[in-house]
Design a protein around this ligand. Sequence first.
Ligand code: SF4
Ligand code: SF4
Length: 474
Amino acid sequence: MHMEKIDVVERESFRDHPATVDAKGKRNWVYAQKPKGRWYSLRSYISWGFFLLFFSMPFVSMNGQPFFLFNIPAARFILFGKIFWPQDFFIFGLTMVTFIIFVVLFTAAFGRLFCGWVCPQTIFMEMLFRKVEYLIEGDAAQQKLLAKAPWTGKKIARKSAKHGAFYLLAFIIANTFLAYIIGVRSLGKIITEPVTEHIGGLFSIMGFSAVFYGVYAYFREQVCTTICPYGRLQGVLLDRNSMVVAYDYKRGEPRGKFTKKKETAPAGDCIDCFQCVKVCPTGIDIRNGTQMECVGCTACIDACNHMMEKTGRQPDLIRYASENGISAHEPLRYTLRMKLYTGLLTLLVVILSALLLSRKDVDATVMRAPGMLFQERGADSLSNLYVIKIANKTVHSVPLQVRLEGQPGQVQIIGGTVIPVKREDEGAGNFFVVLPRRVLSGRKTPIRLGLYEGGKKIDEIRTNFLGPVPGNGD
Ligand code: SF4
Ligand code: SF4
């Protein structure tokens, strides 16, 4: 009984402090061994696609405008070539709500798939900076030796080369990042024009470069294990049915060193080689179970599969599985719950896409001029004066026409035949609607106004036409 208690305490001791902090509170630097295998290759291919998109997207434009722009200081956003204004705030609100629901459902079903496969932090760290580090300092063992070695010329040269390369990459990422915020044209001006004209821009580039350099040269896995709020939420988002990178303890335990003698070989498949720990970029031992520090990078799956193959055992001792799947010894299934979540997520994305696609490029509001009732227009007609306010979200100016829809009468725009609205600007105008008395249906007659640009209908607005109170002799 006592021995059992000690065993449990030892087994649970990994919970006492984060894997990257030692008992004295000092950082345990993670020297992750380079993974090799099917999953790592697949992640490398995906990362190339990511890099291609990330570095090329700011240069893609549509109708002379960037395809994507997130100019937060100027509250100007362009998504898929469409300009979004502060008036489109509800779409952003809905996007945020959809995003949060998406994150919750996706994580509940598929665990940290996002972190391991598409999170920019993981991709830049593992697929760019870490690879450069392997190239300059060698694999984990050589890196460790170099770190312990005295500061000889060789060490200084290697460290300088690594940090020089890191800063250069951080500088390129910072410039690209800034291009997403201010656009490539503005970035080009900062780079080519005299520094004195772009002090703010220069500080932004240097600031972003310093942050990216600091993150990838020093902070590294700490971003995922201590800073990222999504990582911190794993404890509440995951359950026993979530798909995670998991160690099959039923098959692996009792673990023991590999031996060819059958009689002394341990019953479990885990040969306690620690390869899964050595490749882990967050420094954890996945055999302790699902942990918040695990970013689902699959490196331990590859490492363990390699060992299984070398020792003639079945692969996938570590694999994508749910806790329930491991305890019941079942392969991962696309469960009804996952199907439901996927259906719901698809529905949300469809609704949001429909909203984005149906969003109007020209937004108009029409109100009757305050304090005015109606005006007599000869013996048989009346008029109402209206005020129109227009937001032109396109990159071309819009000469707006207003027409009455589906009923006799006419629209008279004050000061011309169209209301001109400049590109990416707001405009306003006044117009009369003149209706024959015979079409009035009481004090308020509903009317429809068509908004046209060059003969093409772009919107329709419903409002009321105010007439005399029936029976009062008017
Ligand atoms: S435990 Fe495995 S999947 Fe999780 S971070 Fe470490 S190596 Fe990646
Ligand atoms: S790599 Fe596989 S066999 Fe080796 S310690 Fe990890 S789980 Fe056990």
